[in-house]
Design a protein around this ligand. Structure first.
Ligand code: ZN
Length: 304
C-alpha cells in the first residue's frame, strides 16, 4: 500500500501523470534519453530522417518529456511521485554537483542553465540572505542562547550555518572543503549528537523525507532542535486546484522531486515526534531568483 513519504499516512489523492521529468534528470538518474529510434536499414533510416524533419522542428518548439504519476497527501498536502525513485539513483545527480563536469553536462541539456550555473548556491546575496534569515529566525524562536554543537546535514562547505555560538560541523558527501571554523564529517559513523541539527534545502530532494528526519532526530540531543528549511514552489491555491482537477499545471521533476507547503513541513516534524516550536514562510530574494522559503523548528522532547 502506498503511503505519504512525508507524514506516513495513507490517504493519497492521485493527480495523474503531471510530473514532467526533465531530460537532464532522466539522463543522470536512469541513463535515459528520449528520441526517435534509428533503423538498422539505411534506406528506411533515410526515409525516416526526411519524414522526421518537420517532427524534429516541431519537438524543438514544444519539447518532449516523460511524465510520471504524482500524488497529493490528503492529510498533509505533500506532493510526491506515485512510484518512489531510489536514492541510489537520485545520488547520480549529485556525485559531482555544481562542479565543471556537472555544469557542462547540464548545460548540454539545458542551455539556459549557463547563465545561472555560477550563481546558484554561490551568489553572495543568496548566502547572505539565507544565513541572516536563519540567524534572525533562531534568535526569535530558540528558547535558549546556549548551543554546544551544531550540525548542518548536507550543508555544503558550512557557509549557511547561522551566526550563533557553538562548535560547527557539516555532514557533506561531496568533496567540498569546509570554510574556516567548520569541521566536515564525511561518514555517518562520525556523527554524534548535537543541540541543533540543520536540514536546509534537502527534504525536497530525497525520496523519503520522513525516514531522513526520523534518522536525524537520533542525532539531536533531548531538548535540542531540528531545523527544516525548504522552498514552497506552488501556491496553496494551485494545490487546491490540482486536488479538484481544476488545473492543467505540470510539476517539474528535476533536482526537486517533492513539493512542500507549510502543513507538510509541520506534519513531517510531528511524524518524527518533534514538537513544532515555530514555523513561518517568507518570500526571499536569492539574487538569481526569488523564492518562498518555509522555515520550521522542531524540538526533541526531553523524555522519549
Ligand atoms: Zn502526508
Amino acid at each position: 500500500m502506498s503511503e505519504c513519504r512525508n507524514c506516513g499516512r495513507s490517504e493519497l489523492h492521485d493527480l495523474g501523470p503531471i510530473g514532467q521529468v526533465q531530460p537532464f534528470f532522466l539522463k543522470r538518474v536512469f541513463g535515459l534519453e528520449i528520441r526517435a529510434p534509428r533503423s538498422p536499414n539505411a534506406l528506411k533510416q533515410k526515409i525516416r530522417d526526411i519524414a522526421a524533419i518537420p517532427m524534429s522542428f516541431f519537438s524543438q518548439v514544444t519539447g518532449r518529456f516523460a511524465f510520471v504519476e504524482m500524488q497529493l497527501c490528503e492529510h498533509c498536502f505533500f506532493i510526491q511521485t506515485k512510484v518512489p525513485f531510489h536514492d541510489d539513483d537520485i545520488m547520480h545527480l549529485y556525485a559531482d554537483y555544481r562542479s565543471p563536469s556537472y555544469n557542462g553536462e547540464r548545460i548540454r541539456y539545458e542551455p539556459e542553465y549557463a547563465s545561472i550555473a555560477a550563481a546558484i548556491g554561490q551568489d553572495q546575496s543568496e548566502v547572505r540572505t539565507r544565513r541572516s534569515a536563519l540567524t534572525a529566525f533562531l534568535g526569535r524562536v530558540l528558547r535558549t542562547s546556549y548551543s554546544d554543537a551544531i550540525l548542518d546535514y548536507g550543508g555544503a562547505d558550512g557557509r549557511f550555518i547561522p551566526d550563533i555560538p557553538g562548535t560547527k560541523f557539516v555532514y557533506e558527501i561531496s568533496s567540498m572543503e569546509p570554510i574556516p571554523g567548520v569541521t566536515r564529517l564525511t561518514s555517518e559513523s562520525e556523527l554524534g549528537t548535537y543541540s541543533i541539527v540543520l536540514l536546509a534545502h534537502v527534504t525536497e530532494h530525497v525520496t523519503h523525507p520522513l525516514k531522513l528526519v526520523r534518522k536525524l532526530g537520533t542525532y539531536v540531543k533531548p531538548g535540542g532542535y531540528l531545523y527544516v528549511e525548504t522552498p514552497q514552489e506552488i501556491s496553496d491555491q494551485q494545490r487546491v486546484e490540482l486536488q479538484n482537477s481544476a488545473s492543467r499545471l505540470e510539476l517539474g521533476i528535476h533536482e526537486h522531486i517533492n513539493y512542500y507547503c507549510t502543513p507538510a513541513v509541520r506534519s513531517l516534524l510531528e511524524a518524527a515526534r518533534l514538537d513544532v516550536v515555530a514555523i513561518e514562510d517568507e518570500v526571499v530574494d536569492l539574487g538569481w531568483t526569488t523564492s518562498v522559503h518555509i522555515r520550521a523548528l522542531g524540538r526533541k522532547p526531553l523524555t522519549a
